[in-house]
Design a protein around this ligand. Structure first.
Ligand SMILES: C[S@@+](CC[C@H](N)C(=O)[O-])C[C@H]1O[C@@H](n2cnc3c(N)ncnc32)[C@H](O)[C@@H]1O
Length: 332
C-alpha cells in the first residue's frame, strides 16, 4: 500500500466518473476503488489540466491523496457500483433483476464476455416454464451458448427453460449414475441433466413437452457428439405404459407440479430404481408434505419406497426452497 492520487466523488456519481476516467486514460487500474460513507475514492494517474477540466463537467469532485490498496484481484461489479447488482450470466448474456442501465454498463465492463444484458418482464410461468425479457444493453438477443461441466448448450432464454443455478445439483445426480445405467428424464428441457448423464456412459431417454426445448436438446446432443440418448417430444404422463419398469434413475425436475406425476415416475422406475424428485417447499416444512405425496403414490401402486436423501438445492423465494428427495422404489 502506498499513497497515490485519487478522486473523491459522491457515490451516486461514482460509475459516471469512473467511466470518464477510463475514457481519458487516467484511471489507475493497479489500485482498488475505496468506499467511505457516501463517497467513493477513484484511484487516478496524473490528471493534468485538460482531464481535470473535462471531469468538472460531470459534477463535484476533490483531488485527494489516499492509501489505495493494490488491485491484486479483479475488479467486481460491486466495486464499480459501490452496491450489489443482482444478476446471473448464461453464456454471453447477463440476466439482471431490474432494467438498470448503470448496472448493465458495470456488468459489461467487468465481464468482458457479456455481450447482452436483459431483464425479466415476467416470472417463469406456464407449462413450458418460460419467461419474457426486455433488452437493457448490448446486442438484442436471447439465444446464447452456455458451458457447464465441459458440455456446451445452445439456450434460448425466452423460449425454453434454463438456469445455471442447478449446475451443482446436475453434477450430483450425474455422479450417482453408473455407466450402463438406464435413465429416464421426464422434464428434460434443453437437456442439461440428460446430456451430462449420457456423456458418462448411461443410456438416457429424455422427454419434454415444449417443441422448442426438444429442438434445442437435439441440437445440444449433436453439438456435444452424444449419441446414447433418445429424445422424445411429448407429455411425460403418457410414457409410463411404454417404459414400465425401465429405469435405474428417473429425474423429475418440474418442481411446482412434479407431485402430479409421481405415479408415472414410480411405474417407469425398475424395482430398486431411484427417483430424483424436486419440489418447492416452505421453510417450515421442507420435506414432510412431499414425502407424504411420495408415500401416497407408492401405496396406490402397491409399491414401497425408501428415502435415500433429502436436501436443499437452492433458495427459491423468501422462506421457500427448491428441495430434492431421492427415493428408492421397491416393487411388489
Ligand atoms: C423446470 S424445467 C426443467 C428443465 C431441465 N430439466 C433443466 O434442468 O433445465 C421443466 C421442463 O418440463 C417441461 N414440461 C412441463 N410439463 C411437462 C410434461 N407434462 N411432460 C413433459 N415435459 C413437461 C417444460 O417444458 C420444461 O422444459
Amino acid at each position: 500500500m502506498a499513497s497515490s492520487p485519487g478522486l473523491k466523488v459522491h457515490r451516486s456519481r461514482g460509475e459516471t466518473f469512473r467511466r470518464r476516467l477510463v475514457e481519458l486514460g487516467v484511471f489507475d487500474r493497479d489500485r482498488k476503488i475505496m468506499s467511505e460513507g457516501d463517497h467513493l475514492y477513484l484511484p487516478v494517474l496524473d490528471l493534468g489540466r485538460e482531464a481535470a477540466e473535462d471531469l468538472a463537467s460531470l459534477g463535484d469532485f476533490e483531488v485527494v491523496v489516499k492509501d489505495f490498496e493494490d488491485a491484486g484481484r479483479k475488479e467486481t461489479v460491486e466495486d464499480l457500483l459501490g452496491r450489489r447488482a443482482h444478476f446471473e450470466v448464461v453464456g454471453d448474456v447477463a440476466i439482471l433483476d431490474s432494467p438498470d442501465r448503470e448496472n448493465a454498463a458495470a456488468i459489461m465492463t467487468v465481464h468482458k464476455n457479456v455481450n447482452t444484458v436483459i431483464s425479466p418482464l415476467t416470472p417463469v410461468e406456464g407449462e413450458y416454464r418460460t419467461r419474457r425479457f426486455q433488452h437493457v444493453a448490448g446486442e438484442r438477443k436471447t439465444v446464447t451458448v452456455h458451458k457447464e461441466h465441459g458440455l456446451r448448450y445452445r439456450i434460448d432464454l425466452e423460449n425454453a427453460y434454463f438456469t445455471p443455478r442447478l449446475g451443482t445439483e446436475r453434477l450430483r445426480i450425474a455422479k450417482l449414475v453408473r455407466p450402463g445405467d438406464v435413465v429416464f428424464d421426464m422434464f428434460a428441457g434443453v437437456g442439461p441433466f440428460a446430456l451430462s448423464i449420457a456423456k458418462r456412459g448411461a443410456k438416457v431417454v429424455a422427454v419434454d413437452k415444449n417443441p422448442e426445448a426438444v429442438r434445442l436438446m437435439r441440437e445440444n446432443a449433436r453439438l456435444n457428439r452424444i449419441d446414447e440418448i433418445e429424445i422424445l417430444e411429448g407429455d411425460a404422463s403418457t410414457m409410463a405404459e411404454r417404459y414400465e419398469n425401465f429405469a435405474d434413475h428417473v429425474i423429475m425436475n418440474l418442481p411446482h407440479t412434479a407431485h402430479d406425476f409421481l405415479e408415472h415416475a414410480i411405474r417407469i422406475a425398475k424395482d430398486g430404481g431411484v427417483v430424483h424428485y424436486y419440489a418447492i417447499a416452505p421453510e417450515e416444512d421442507l420435506y414432510g408434505r412431499d414425502t407424504a405425496f411420495v408415500e401416497e403414490a407408492a401405496l396406490a401402486l402397491g409399491a414401497k419406497i425408501r428415502i435415500l436423501f433429502c436436501g436443499i438445492v437452492r433458495s427459491y423465494a423468501p422462506h421457500k426452497y427448491n428441495v430434492v428427495i431421492d427415493f428408492e422404489v421397491l416393487k411388489p
